[in-house]
Design a protein around this ligand. Structure first.
Ligand code: F6P
Length: 546
């Protein structure tokens, strides 16, 4: 049965009709914070005490999840289960971070040794790059790696390489080119020496236009420098599931790292798609990342729903989005190193759960994926937080903070964390009229001016947020954090009965774009397109310089 038709869902809607404020909830329950704070090991805690829920509502949400067969779905995520029926694919990214001795049978074969064989190939390759054994066409070792990929073949590794910058001690600099905008490739190549550059062409399908166009252009750039086709092999490796297309492109089979159709693109950074990460931070650090993700997998698999962090975060989305009607979710890492995390999460969550039909192909009965957006703190405070505090839309917020940092400037770190804590407090408790009045009177402001200013200065508060607090941004913690969000996304999809693992919505635009390329080149007209497109094509052709 669809989520919103269940009696428990109706009961949740009734609970929402007469809710105390967050301030009242804190006042009436001195144990609230303890009851609503959850730990994973000694490195990560999640405080949901500032969400508009009480333990009774959380219990109702967990019961709802049981009615939606969530425990069975979670078990299925660690077994050979076909969660992606429209592409007829299994969903087994959790296998990528299982330890070597684990067993996961797929079509009668244990896939864990296959996963570890590929990891071993990555390890050997990293060693050869790091110890200078692998050399470019002039005999010099590699200094720079350029990942050419887009979407899931870019966002994950790019985000992790930024987040783990303090661990990038191998001497290999990682660059990421994704956009078909020539500025992206050109500005990246401008900084590089072809003789010491290695390209990693990353594409699950090895057919994505942006990636293949950038790869072809990069190959030409290299050929212009080395002048000999046969030398290119030393500068190109591929990561893909498509062996045939890699070889057709001209990359030697032994220079291809493989992953499998049971790994979705946006869940693939744990596979060979993570090669640039391993090259930049070292293979051991990459293994720590995998271990962190596996720890979160074990948390999801073994923890009762009532204490299960990804489950609770997904249930809070149901509560905020479906019951309370808040259409978006903000994610705010208080860490400059995490500046790519919101973009990564946008693909993870919005490509997974931006769906309008259920697994049975019927229209969904309630809203699915919220609009996910965010940026790092404290920058975002000075940009768009005004709307979070006093706007008409309520934006449930997730703050992510890290207690320790490898950098000096301890005072900065305290200020950073203080800002994060202050935002969560201000959103929850606001500033009532009496407080604003008292403050203005103390400053000697006239009563008339106070009356004028009061409506603008009152902060309504009662705006929900979660705080995820981590001890430090290590590879292990980052692995756990990413897996936490992967699982949150998966659980949401189960609750909404959607296929979180396909993305048909992006196909139409790709097809239309490929048809328009020849029109923009003046080779065909755009008469099979709509009037607005035809008019814009004409204008582009008029303005276009040869
Ligand atoms: O266009 C969307 C998409 O298919 C994503 O789902 C995927 O991560 C990205 O394109 C790149 O695909 P590929 O790895 O096959 O190049």
């Amino acid at each position: 049965m669809p989520l919103s038709t269940l009696p428990l869902f109706k009961a949740l809607q009734r609970s929402a009709e007469s809710m105390p404020t967050l301030a009242a909830r804190f006042a009436e329950n001195s144990q609230r914070v303890q009851q609503l704070t959850f730990h994973v090991g000694d490195e990560l805690l999640v405080d949901i005490s500032r969400q508009q829920v009480c333990p009774a509502v959380l219990q109702q949400l967990c019961d709802l999840a049981r009615q939606m067969n969530l425990p069975k779905a979670i078990a299925g995520l660690f077994a050979d289960n076909q969660f992606n029926p429209t592409e007829q694919r299994a969903v087994l990214h959790t296998a990528l971070r299982m330890p070597a001795g684990a067993v996961l049978m797929r079509n009668g074969e244990n896939i864990i040794p296959v996963v570890h064989a590929e990891l071993a190939k990555m390890r050997r390759f990293c060693q050869r790059i790091h110890n200078g054994e692998w050399r470019g066409y002039t005999g010099l070792p590699v200094t720079d790696v350029v990942n050419i990929g887009i979407g899931g073949s870019d966002l994950g590794p790019a985000m992790v390489c930024e987040a783990l910058k303090p661990y990038c001690t191998t001497g290999i600099r990682a660059h990421f080119v994704s956009n078909i905008d020539p500025a992206h490739l050109a500005t990246t190549l401008n900084q590089l020496n072809p003789a010491t550059t290695l390209f990693v062409v990353s594409s699950k399908s090895f057919g994505t236009d942006e990636t293949m166009s950038n790869a072809v252009a990069a190959r030409q750039w290299l050929l212009n420098a080395c002048g000999d086709d046969s030398l290119i092999q030393q500068h190109f490796v591929a990561v893909s599931t498509n062996h045939r297309k890699v070889v057709e492109f001209g990359i030697a089979a032994e220079n291809m790292f493989e992953f499998w159709d049971w790994v979705g693109g946006r869940f693939s950074l744990w596979s060979a798609i993570g090669l640039p990460i391993a090259l930049a931070v070292g293979f051991e650090r990459f293994e720590e990342l995998l271990a962190g993700a596996h720890a979160m997998d074990e948390h999801l698999r073994t923890t009762p729903l009532e204490q299960n962090i990804p489950v609770l975060l997904a249930l809070l989305t149901v509560w905020n989005h479906n019951v309370l009607g808040h259409a978006s979710e903000g994610v705010f890492p208080y860490s400059q190193l995490m500046h790519r995390f919101p973009a990564f999460l946008q693909q993870l969550n919005m490509e997974s759960n931006g769906k309008s039909v259920t697994l049975n192909g019927e229209p969904v009965s309630c809203a699915t994926g919220p609009i996910v957006f965010g940026d790092v703190g404290s920058n975002s405070q000075h940009a768009f937080f005004q709307l979070l505090h006093q706007g008409t839309a309520v934006v449930p917020a997730e703050f992510i903070g890290f207690v320790n940092s490898p950098y000096d400037f301890a005072a900065h770190r305290h200020k950073l964390l203080a800002n994060m804590l202050a935002q969560a407090e201000a959103l929850a408790f606001g500033k009532p009229a009496a407080e604003v009045q008292a403050e203005l009177r103390a400053e000697g402001v006239s009563e008339q001016r106070i009356a004028e200013l009061l409506p603008s200065k009152v902060m309504p508060g009662n705006r929900p947020s979660t705080v995820i607090l981590c001890k430090e941004l290590t590879p292990h913690t980052l692995g756990s954090l990413i897996a936490l969000y992967e699982h949150k996304t998966f659980v949401q999809g189960v609750l909404w009965s959607v296929n979180s693992f396909d993305q048909w919505g992006v196909e139409l635009g790709k097809k239309l774009a490929s048809g328009l390329v020849s029109a923009l080149a003046g080779e065909t007209d755009a008469s099979n397109h709509d009037a607005a497109t035809q008019s814009l094509v004409k204008q582009i052709c008029r303005w276009s310089t040869p």
